[in-house]
Every structure is written in structure tokens, then in C-alpha cells.
Write a protein that binds this ligand. Structure first.
Ligand code: ATP
Length: 363
């Protein structure tokens, strides 16, 4: 029987539990044994009780739950080869030769690195007499399959990551609450949302909530944005709007890469337009709560596809990541998706915003 490990890693996202549930149940349906690795790579490095066999009933009730019930962590030791050596030993001791990882680009990069190093790690384990050749023999190839769990929708090559629509829904709901009080007092609100390198949440929240102005990391405003923003908001007020909503992505900056702070935006609206202006930082409510219907559906379909990908993998197939493109669940090479994702961040850091935007458009 194949033994498949499943873990969640990096920042938590609603829908991760749905992915674990789907992997567990699809594995069992395909006559495999399946193990949950608790606390991300930390569980893989610690081994023992952190790697537990899962039965059908162990994931009952997982589908709607937010966060990740098997835990996640940032694991420093897995970043270094000695940590990955211990992780490899723990996997072989448990008889696991396939890993399905639900996480962000960092987690998926780590997974692919682990797969590349795998033959060398096995050799080292034999040399150090941690394991015998006979023990290692059945585990010559490691299969890795990625599932993208991230509220930011920041991975290239997929239209939606697991968690982004739950988070967008939460932002819209929160802005609706703010709208009521803003309208009543004719106030302005500057709302900071998550997104360090990716403005998807800010942009989609802007569209969904009818915001007056949105600041994104990929497309910083022109240098005279202060006058520009005030002109637009003044016009909206003259047209009879009683409230003003400005959305700032946490990674938003101007063309000099100077952070656009909500406090600075508030001061402009207060001093130049004389609006009673408040700041709301939505913070971690954006991550929490139950998974929306879309994320339950996405995580279930993708989790099932991930198990299929494990069973169909050959030593030559590059590690796949399970994506959603034009409403279809598809596999793409994991490393290429991560590479494209990093290219956007690099373009922003190099102030090449045309390139950042064209990469986003190409997505
Ligand atoms: P998010 O985008 O939500 O932050 P992420 O998966 O990108 O999620 P990271 O903190 O970058 O989150 O990565 C999670 C864990 O994956 C790290 O703590 C580390 O254990 C492992 N990891 C990340 N990058 C690497 C790498 N280059 N090599 C080995 N392991 C890595």
C-alpha cells in the first residue's frame, strides 16, 4: 500500500482543512494509507507522534472549519540541509514516500528542494548508518504535490488559491459594517487589507465594495497621487456621496517604493478635504472564520486531484502544483509557478511596474 503524507504549511488559510479532508478520504478510497504531518515541516523534522495515520472519520467536520486543524508553523530547521536529513529519515521510518503540501510559495519551494536533494539525503543516511540500504531501497523516489493555500491569491498560474475567496468575502462583510457608520456620519475610512506583494485582495475588495480609491503594490500611483486622490474623492462628494472608502494593501507604496501609510492618507483627507477620517486595519479577521462555499469546493476538488497526481507520478515528472485555470482543475509544474510568482516580487523591487503589471495580466 502507498503511504501518503499531507501537511499544511506557512500562513493559514480557510479551506486548508477541506484540502486535508479531501486528501485523506481520496487516499483511503484509492486504497492508500494516509498520514497527517502536524505543524507543517516542524512535524516532519520532529517525527514520532507528529506524524499520525488518519482514518476516514478523523477528518469529519473539517470542510467548513477555518484555519488549519493539523496546525502550521514556520520551521527554521527545514530551511537547512541537516533539518531536511532528519525529515527524510522520519519519512522512511514511517514508510511515507509521497507528500502533499498545502501552503504558499515558500512551502512549495522547500518541498521541491527536498525532492531534488532526496537521493543525496538517502545516501547520507546510509553512510551515517542511520538507516540500512535495505530500509532505503523501496523509497528511492519522493513524490511531491503542491496545493496552494494562501489568502493573498499570490501564486502565478492559478486563478484562485485556496482561501482567497473566503478572505475577500470577510473583507467585503467588514467594509459593509463600516459603510453603515461612514454613511451615517458622512465619514471617510482608510482600510488596510493584507497583501504584501499581491494586490488581488485590495483590488477585488475595491471593486466589490465600490471603493473610491485603491492602493496596490504592483501598480503604485503616479508621484502626484495626493492631488489626484483628493480630486477624485472631492468629485465623488460633490456628486452626493456621503461616505468615502480608500483601500490600502499592506504592501502598497509609491513609485519610490516609499510605503503609503494609512495614517498619511487619513491626514490628507482630514487636512485637504476636511473629512472626518478614521483608519481601520482589518488584520487577522481576514484570515479567520469558516471557509466560503468556493473554497470548500476548490479544496475538495484539488485535494482529490493531488492524490491522483501522486498515483500517476513517474520519477521523470516534475513536481506538480494543482491549479484552477478557467474553471478547470489542472496540474502545472510547481517550480515554474513559484518562479513566475517570484518574478512579480522582483519586478516590484526593481521598480519595473510595467513588467509587474504585465506578469499579473498574463496570469
Ligand atoms: P505564506 O505565503 O502564507 O507566508 P509560505 O508557504 O510562503 O506561506 P513561508 O514562511 O515562506 O510561508 O514557508 C513556510 C515554511 O516552509 C518555512 O518555515 C520553511 O520551513 C519552509 N521553507 C520555505 N522556504 C524554504 C526553502 N527555500 N527551503 C526549504 N524550506 C523552506
Amino acid at each position: 500500500k502507498r503511504r501518503i503524507g499531507v501537511m499544511t504549511s506557512g500562513g493559514d488559510a480557510p479551506g486548508m482543512n477541506g484540502a486535508v479532508r479531501a486528501v485523506v478520504r481520496m487516499s483511503i478510497a484509492q486504497n492508500c494509507e494516509v498520514y497527517a504531518i502536524y505543524e507543517g515541516y516542524e512535524g516532519l523534522v520532529q517525527g514520532g507522534d507528529m506524524i499520525k495515520e488518519m482514518g476516514w472519520d478523523d477528518v469529519r467536520g473539517f470542510l467548513s472549519e477555518g484555519g488549519t486543524l493539523i496546525g502550521t508553523a514556520r520551521c527554521k530547521s527545514f530551511m537547512e540541509r541537516p533539518g531536511r536529513l532528519i525529515a527524510a529519515k522520519n519519512m522512511i521510518v514511517k514508510g511515507i514516500d509521497a507528500l502533499i503540501i498545502c501552503g504558499g510559495d515558500g512551502s512549495l519551494t522547500g518541498a521541491d528542494k527536498f525532492r531534488k536533494e532526496w537521493p543525496g539525503l538517502l545516501e547520507e543516511l546510509i553512510q551515517k548508518q542511520e538507516l540500512t540500504e535495505e530500509q532505503v531501497e523501496p523509497f528511492k523516489h519522493l513524490n511531491i504535490v503542491g496545493l496552494v493555500g494562501s489568502i493573498d491569491n499570490d501564486l502565478s498560474m492559478t486563478d484562485a488559491t485556496i482561501g482567497c475567496y473566503s478572505s475577500l468575502g470577510r473583507i467585503c462583510e467588514s467594509v459593509d459594517y463600516i459603510d453603515a457608520t461612514a454613511f451615517s456620519h458622512q465619514r471617510a475610512f482608510v482600510i488596510e487589507v493584507m497583501g504584501r506583494h499581491c494586490g488581488w485582495l485590495a483590488l477585488m475588495a475595491g471593486v466589490s465594495c465600490g471603493a473610491d480609491f485603491v492602493f496596490l503594490p504592483e501598480n503604485p500611483p503616479p508621484l502626484d497621487w495626493e492631488d489626484d486622490m483628493c480630486k477624485i474623492i472631492k468629485k465623488h462628494r460633490e456628486l452626493g456621496k456621503r461616505k468615502t472608502i480608500v483601500i490600502v494593501a499592506e504592501g502598497a507604496h509609491d513609485r519610490y517604493l516609499k510605503k503609503i501609510s494609512p495614517a498619511h492618507v487619513r491626514d490628507l483627507l482630514t487636512n485637504k478635504l476636511h473629512l472626518d477620517t478614521r483608519i481601520t486595519t482589518l488584520g487577522h479577521v481576514q484570515r479567520g472564520g469558516t471557509a466560503c462555499a468556493y473554497d470548500r469546493m476548490l479544496s475538495t476538488l484539488q485535494g482529490a486531484e493531488a492524490v491522483k497526481a501522486v498515483l500517476e507520478a513517474t520519477p521523470e515528472t516534475p513536481s506538480p502544483v494543482i491549479c484552477m485555470i478557467e474553471n478547470k482543475i489542472v496540474r502545472r509544474p510547481l517550480l515554474e509557478a513559484v518562479k513566475q510568482t517570484h518574478e512579480v516580487a522582483e519586478a516590484i523591487a526593481a521598480k519595473d511596474f510595467d513588467r509587474a503589471m504585465s506578469l499579473r495580466d498574463a496570469e
